[in-house]
Design a protein around this ligand. Structure first.
Ligand code: IMP
Ligand code: MG
Length: 181
């Protein structure tokens, strides 16, 4: 275990088994179609890569980067697109792949933004859910795990840009936060 990690919430085999299960469900539900996975950078890049490798149907991938300002201190949740999709999604079957849903503001904004581009269908596939933190109602179509209201890192999720490469999802030691603040 990494020296900055206090405890592991989800270990590597548990995550990998769930990713395979989600990929199997997507492969079945999108049988005969070629969905576009929209990976929300940066947090979802590892989840998206693993998920895609287990799909048994053809699929495309595109990327979006967004930043939510004042998310921690305000509930307004202003979302800004830092990098937009390369291609139109009009008429496409779209699956938004996100690392974690917390307040729900990011996915609510994205859902609205992406529907305006006239996809044939739009669903969300989210690895982690912190339901206790929801500010706007949002239920992912495909969900990996529910987690308690703790700040988690690993498997793509970061603190101060770090810890994304951990193969498991864990909670940091309290002193790590002091080091970066
Ligand atoms: P929300 O649902 O709009 O509040 O925001 C979700 C986003 O907040 C995610 O895409 C993450 O970037 C970030 N986030 C929320 N909780 C955590 C966490 O526990 N660890 C790392 N990032 C988190
Ligand atoms: Mg994120």
């Amino acid at each position: 275990m990494h020296q900055d990690v206090a405890k592991v919430l989800l270990d590597e085999p548990t995550i990998q088994a769930k990713v395979r299960e989600l990929a199997a469900r997507l492969s079945e539900d999108y049988q005969g179609k070629c969905p576009v996975l929209i990976c929300i950078l940066k947090g979802a890049f590892i989840f998206t890569a693993d998920l895609m490798r287990h799909l048994t149907i053809p699929a495309r991938v595109d990327f979006m980067a967004i930043s939510s300002y004042g998310n921690r201190t305000r509930s307004s949740g202003v979302v800004q697109i830092l990098k937009d999709l390369d291609r139109s999604i009009e008429g496409e079957h779209v699956v938004v792949v996100e690392d974690i849903i917390d307040s729900g503001l990011t996915l609510t904004y994205l859902q609205e933004n992406l529907w305006s581009r006239r996809p044939a269908s739009l669903r969300s596939c989210v690895l982690l859910d912190k339901p206790s933190r929801r500010e706007v109602p949002f239920t992912p179509d495909y969900l990996g795990f529910q987690v308690p209201d703790e700040f988690v890192v690993g498997y793509g999720l970061d603190y101060a840009g770090l810890y994304r490469q951990l193969p498991y999802i864990g909670v940091l030691k309290p002193e790590v936060y002091q080091k970066h603040s």
